[in-house]
Design a protein around this ligand. Sequence first.
Ligand SMILES: NC(=O)c1ccc[n+]([C@@H]2O[C@H](COP(=O)([O-])OP(=O)(O)OC[C@H]3O[C@@H](n4cnc5c(N)ncnc54)[C@H](OP(=O)(O)O)[C@@H]3O)[C@@H](O)[C@H]2O)c1
Length: 313
Amino acid sequence: MFIRRIHNTDLSVTAVGLGTWAMGNDFFGHVDDSESIYALRAGIDAGINLIDTAPAYGAGHAEEVVGKAIKGYRDQVVVATKCGIVRTKDDFIKNLKPESVMKEIDDSLRRLNTDYIDLYQLHWPDPNTPIEETLEAIEKIKKAGKFRYLGVSNFTPEQMDEVRKITPLVSLQPQYSMLERSIEKNVVSYCQENGLGIISYGTLAGGLLTGKFKQIPAFKEGDFRDKFYDYYHEPEWSKVQEVIKVLKSVARDHNKTVAQVAINWTFSQLGVTSVLVGAKSDKQARENAEACSFTLTLDDLQKINKAIRENLD
Ligand SMILES: NC(=O)c1ccc[n+]([C@@H]2O[C@H](COP(=O)([O-])OP(=O)(O)OC[C@H]3O[C@@H](n4cnc5c(N)ncnc54)[C@H](OP(=O)(O)O)[C@@H]3O)[C@@H](O)[C@H]2O)c1
């Protein structure tokens, strides 16, 4: 599998990283922990080295599952987690207050069963906390050796500038897929100019870009992915289906799956270091891990880009 180093770090991460939101078992419907552990181990065995998690996924549950799955594999994986979203029963509360961040890191280390986090990311900007206050706490945590490198997620270039004035920043985690391309306007160029890695999320738009849904899905109780990924209703749904038709024909030409083509397309875009993809089973993890092991030709990319332009721009 392709490996790229995040600039100014010794972190080399695989083209595909394993996302663990669904493993929190409170947003993507019910997932058995044993299935999640199989999925994580299958991904690692298939060569994936980047695992992305967060306390917000199941109020710490996803981190606990990751902690179990990487037992004995800690040296083989780059563990990325986050702080700054605190869960209540029904809500995700943005909180980058110093005292909260100081507590979150210790909780994450305990749940992940590790002494250090490789990549610690501020999950979302918190408009109620001055970033200087958050970063003072972050620097204390770093000095204590609890994490190695700092990243952010869902930050604008202006917000990243504020962080970089105070402390080194190595990566951004934005949403990026063929359905959500807003980072192409000025975020990708900002990251390139400033040597920041891009670890993108939402590659499959919560499964939509696998082409497996024949009609707008009625998700089971406890599955809210269509509230976060915004294409599960008209008129977006029908437009996306036109793009999926093209992905299906490209997938057929290469004897690959639609998911693999969608993942490969994202990894092929300018500035992308690694693409995160969630998996609920060992089969999905293996399929996704192999997604960048073939080359989309210029002709394939042009066909896909034309479909995106004609239907989604
Ligand atoms: N920083 C942030 O704010 C943020 C936000 C969102 C996500 N993330 C990170 O990015 C990761 C990836 O995003 P995501 O998990 O939300 O969505 P995603 O990767 O777009 O979709 C994952 C879902 O798609 C389905 N799937 C995956 N591979 C498949 C395959 N090969 N065939 C068929 N179905 C497949 C699975 O659900 P079903 O089988 O149930 O369909 C899986 O849970 C997250 O897990 C998380 O680590 C970060």
